[in-house]
Design a protein around this ligand. Sequence first.
Ligand code: NAP
Length: 273
Amino acid sequence: MRQCRVGWIGFGHIAEYLYRGVALTEQLPPSCHMFTLRHPDKGRRLAETYGIQYERNLERVVMESEICILAVRPGQMKEVLEPLSKLKLFQHKSWITLLAGIPISLYTHFLGEESLELARAMPNLGVSVGEGMTSLCFSKASSREFQIFTKLFFASSGKVEELPETLMDVACGLAGSGPGFIFKLIEAAAQWAHKRGMPEPQALLMAAQTMLGAAKLVLEGQKPSELLAHIAVPGGTTEAGLTRLKALKLDEGWKEVLEEATLKSSQLGSVHS
Ligand SMILES: NC(=O)c1ccc[n+]([C@@H]2O[C@H](COP(=O)([O-])OP(=O)(O)OC[C@H]3O[C@@H](n4cnc5c(N)ncnc54)[C@H](OP(=O)(O)O)[C@@H]3O)[C@@H](O)[C@H]2O)c1
């Protein structure tokens, strides 16, 4: 990966998870990264933990970076973009935004900068263990070099899919928010097993490992419907559970969960436009 200076604007939950994943591969050494956030005590603590530079001044982070990663919440976006826009600090920089729901047009409109080189990225928590799922789309003015850098940057912490921007809200519901829903499923499965007498650590391990193994089979190319046909033999235990799952309409409920998160992502875009 091309060595360049990366400036993180906001270093909260997802930025920290992403940095951990990127750091695992050692492709961009800590000296390439600097970050800013609002609370200096937190900044100093994180700088010590990761050995990267904390800088209180937002403008300085942007000035000293080639690639800037925007990692604040959507509601905090204007507070950050306004001073940068006034100082024309968006020019001659490449931008990666992690903000859910905010379309590329909002950045170009807000900054009056059609030539903005910007990637809209939607990573998820898996990035911290090298198993992230990141969706990407690019502004029209993005160079090939920047697109390659961005794909490699996220590929260092998991899988990357480039999508048309119209699918970014779906990607947010499916993968960006996805780990949260999976945690709930693991927790529910483990709670149930614990209630049935299994020690909690064992129950958690078995629930999580079961999800991991099932996911790996699908990632290796087997379709869920084919796997189901093999495993759900008539009169067997899996078939019994699946019959109950169908009666409870759990798969339909699951789709509604994803739809709700997707809807929220699209609303974030319209609220902040
Ligand atoms: N969490 C996820 O799983 C996930 C996944 C994909 C995308 N995202 C997106 O990532 C973004 C960040 O989410 P998060 O969960 O990481 O939020 P978060 O933990 O609240 O982090 C926000 C960060 O922005 C900093 N910040 C806020 N205003 C600032 C300002 N004016 N100047 C400099 N720094 C400022 C905060 O600093 P202080 O800590 O000092 O307040 C904090 O470090 C959101 O837009 C979200 O949509 C999140």
